[in-house]
Ligand binder design. Structure first.
Ligand SMILES: [Zn+2]
Length: 448
């Protein structure tokens, strides 16, 4: 008996294959072998057949805004636990924010993240480095060296770059090094210690309000700098109607400006804070109905490019100190797909293909992951890595924070009944997550 020289070919049979990059959406078989998508099944080699009927198969989802907390915040999350949550949520790649301890502002810290991600061996982890040293808003980091070490973008997320001259210099250096700047849009003089959206609910509750102009003014300032300099700019977690309108106009003027939104800013308003549950506290805060409607419209008309989670785990004790004093942030990796579907697909505003495009193709495009780095192309073309998200669009389930893979339990969506459940996540053709409901189909019987 000679040992087989071929890796087994896996054929996913009869699923609904959606590849927005190719404009395809239909029932088809999809095969992959040796980690890559193939068009023909080797008749002599071993074949594994998986019944994929009733499932949607699409290019692997990418979340370009997560907080993995490591180094320094391992009591909230580790790179390994964050990656477990990512693949359970259907993500094959995440871009992690640099507001760690120490901040990701050096080649050494980036190397450390890459090493830990390799050890975890679950999904692709693409670090974002800081714009300024220590995220202090003063001295720029070495963009070229950080990019060379694998930083896919630069951001001081958690804080905005407030100083005009520092941001102008960052824009110039970003243009020179072809780097993407991701801005956390908040002038703290305007947000002024606010813990929730400034509006009637904050007034009624007697809580300090976070003025939406803090976001809008920074987006406006930054767009003027983009007009002046021409660097690639991405506004993080947009939440205000005027912010969306500013980005819409910048795009119409042909400026290289993009943005993203989180599911919670599409589903919840500031009124939800009336419960005083700290799991409704995040930055930027839940906004007015008018802002929510504008964000939804922005996703639908393409002004908002990507859906991201801003996954921000905290330890339970940290959040359990009352609304006013609790830290900002909620987890999101394991609930993003059904919540985005609730906001956009269920009301008939987007097709599944439209939503998938905003969670696969667009984040890759914004991050500049083009054919040059073929592992992140985000298509189902022959020879592309088999990075796949497989989900059951009809499956109904109830969100239960106690069952999360993330170490964080801080979600405002606990006990929500949702539709759409990730069945499996494959990275390079390897099964990195399989839902218990799908385990029997993936029992991997070899037919040859
Ligand atoms: Zn932020």
């Amino acid at each position: 008996m000679s040992r087989p020289t071929h890796h087994p070919t896996v054929v996913l049979l009869g699923g609904r294959v959606i590849d927005p990059s190719a404009g395809c959406d239909g029932i088809a078989d999809l095969a992959f072998g040796d980690g890559r998508i193939v068009d023909t099944v080797d008749a002599d080699g071993p074949t594994i057949k998986v019944d994929a009927s009733g499932w949607i198969i699409c290019p692997g989802m990418v979340d370009m805004h997560v907080h993995l907390r490591e180094p320094g915040g391992q009591h909230k999350e580790t790179i390994a636990s964050g990656c477990r949550a990512a693949v359970a949520g259907g993500f094959v790649a995440v871009a992690c924010m640099p507001n760690t301890q120490p901040a990701l502002d050096s080649v050494d810290t980036l190397d450390q993240v890459r090493h830990r991600a390799e050890e975890a061996g679950l999904c692709r982890v693409m670090p974002i480095a800081t714009i300024t040293r220590g995220r202090a808003g003063g001295t720029l980091t070495d963009f070229a060296a950080l990019k060379k070490t694998g930083a896919v973008a630069l951001s001081d997320d958690g804080s905005g770059v407030e100083d005009d001259e520092v941001m102008r210099a960052a824009g110039r250096l970003a243009l020179e090094t072809d780097s993407l700047l991701i801005q956390h849009c908040e002038f703290t003089e305007l947000s002024a210690g606010g813990v929730m959206h400034a509006g009637p609910t904050a007034q009624r509750l007697g809580l300090p309000g976070w003025d939406p102009r803090a976001e809008e003014a920074m987006i406006e300032r930054d767009i003027e700098l983009v007009r002046e300099i021409g660097f690639r700019y991405h506004a993080a977690h947009i939440s205000t109607a005027r912010g969306v309108e500013l980005v819409r106009r910048a795009k119409a003027a042909g400026l290289p400006v993009t943005t993203e939104v989180c599911p919670h800013h599409l589903l919840l308003t500031d009124e939800a804070c009336s419960s005083l549950d700290p799991n409704f506290k995040m930055n930027p805060p839940l906004r007015s109905e008018h802002d929510v409607a504008a964000c939804v419209a922005g996703v639908v008309d393409g002004t908002i490019d990507c859906i991201v989670t801003d996954h921000a785990p905290h330890a339970e004790a940290e959040k359990a100190v009352g609304f006013h004093d609790a830290p900002f942030g909620i987890v999101g990796l394991e609930t993003a797909l059904p919540l985005a579907a609730r906001a956009l697909v269920e009301p008939g505003l987007l097709s599944w293909s439209g939503l998938i495009e905003r969670m696969t193709v667009h984040p890759r495009r914004v991050l500049g992951l083009t054919k040059a780095s073929s592992s992140n192309e985000g298509s189902l073309d022959i020879q592309m890595p088999a990075d796949l998200t497989i989900f059951d669009p009809e499956s109904e389930w109830t969100i239960d924070a106690q069952r999360f893979r993330t170490m964080g339990r801080n979600t405002p969506f606990n006990d929500w009944a949702v539709r759409g459940q990730v069945m499996a996540t494959l990275v390079d053709g390897r099964l990195r997550f399989v839902h218990s409901r799908a385990a029997d189909r993936f029992s991997m019987k070899t037919s040859a």
